[in-house]
Write a protein of this length. Structure first.
Length: 261
C-alpha cells in the first residue's frame, strides 16, 4: 500500500473549508414507503437481503454461493420483470435453482408474479463469481448505492472518499434535506441538487423541487447550510459509521445520520 498526501493544489482550498471536488450532487425522498425511497428500490434491496439470509441460515440453500444480483423493471407503474442472479454449486440444476428462488425469494417479497417475467441466472450458469469471475477498473455501482437510476446522479462514487469530498458528503446532505421536506409536509416527493467548485465553501447552486416541479429552494437555503464543514458537523461524518454502507445502498436504512428526521 502506498499512502501519499493530497495534492497541494487541492488541499490549499480544502484545508480552509472548501469543497474537495467540483460537481453536482443529488438527493431524493418520497412518501411512497416508510423508508422514503421508491417501492421498487426497497424491494430490490429486500430481494438481495433474502438471498444472503437463505444462504446463511437455510440448509436447503447450501448450494448457494456469496455472489448475487437482483433487478426489478417497472413499466407503466407496475413491476414488469424480476431478475435474480445467484452464484451456485455446479451440482445443482437450473430447474431446481429457479423453483427455489421463485418460491423462497421472489414471491415472499414481490407477491403475485403471474403477470411478470421472471429471469433466474439468464446465462444458465453462475458457478464462478466474485472478483475471480468479473471485475474491472470501475468504482462502486453508484446507482445501486443511491436510487437505482430513478433520479439523477452526479457521477461520483461514495466509498473510499472522506467527507471533504462533496461527491459523498453533499449527496448525504441532499438526501437528508429531501427527507425533511417530505417528512414536514412540504412535498410528497422531493429532489434536491447542489453544485460546488473545488476549493470553494459556498455551493454554486442549491435547488429543491417537489413532485409538481415547484421550487423549494428558498426554503431549503434558509433552513440548511451546505458548506462542506457544516455538512460534516451536521451529519457527524467524522465518526466511524460507514461499514454498514458496504451492502444494500446508502439510503433508506435506519441508523445513518442523514436518514434521521
Amino acid at each position: 500500500m502506498k499512502i501519499v498526501k493530497q495534492s497541494p493544489d487541492i488541499s490549499q482550498g480544502v484545508d480552509t473549508g472548501g469543497a474537495g471536488d467540483q460537481g453536482i450532487m443529488y438527493g431524493y425522498a418520497t412518501d411512497e414507503t416508510k423508508e422514503m425511497m421508491s417501492e421498487s428500490v426497497v424491494k430490490v434491496h429486500a430481494l438481495a437481503k433474502k438471498l444472503e439470509e437463505l444462504r446463511k441460515n437455510n440448509p436447503a440453500f447450501s448450494w448457494m454461493r456469496p455472489d448475487g444480483k437482483t433487478q426489478i423493471s417497472v413499466q407503466d407503474g407496475k413491476i414488469a420483470s424480476v431478475l435474480v442472479s445467484c452464484q451456485h454449486d455446479e451440482n445443482i440444476s437450473n430447474e431446481q435453482i429457479r423453483e427455489q428462488i421463485i418460491e423462497h425469494v421472489i414471491v415472499p417479497i414481490i407477491g403475485d408474479v403471474s403477470e411478470m417475467e421472471i429471469f433466474i441466472n439468464p446465462t444458465g450458469r453462475f458457478v464462478q463469481g466474485g472478483f475471480e469471475g468479473d471485475t474491472g477498473l470501475t468504482g462502486r455501482k453508484i446507482m445501486v448505492d443511491t436510487y437505482c437510476g430513478l433520479v439523477p446522479h452526479g457521477g461520483g462514487a461514495f466509498s473510499g472518499k472522506d467527507s471533504t469530498k462533496v461527491d459523498r458528503s453533499a449527496a448525504y446532505m441532499a438526501r437528508f434535506v429531501a427527507k425533511q421536506m417530505v417528512a414536514k409536509g412540504y412535498a410528497k416527493e422531493c429532489l434536491v441538487s447542489v453544485a460546488y467548485a473545488i476549493g470553494k465553501a459556498e455551493p454554486l447552486m442549491v435547488e429543491a423541487l417537489n413532485e409538481k416541479g415547484e421550487s423549494l429552494a428558498e426554503l431549503v437555503k434558509e433552513m440548511f447550510d451546505f458548506r462542506p464543514q457544516s455538512i460534516i458537523k451536521t451529519l457527524d461524518l467524522r465518526s466511524p459509521i460507514f461499514q454498514e454502507t458496504a451492502a444494500y445502498g446508502h439510503f433508506g436504512k435506519e441508523g445513518f445520520p442523514w436518514e434521521r428526521i
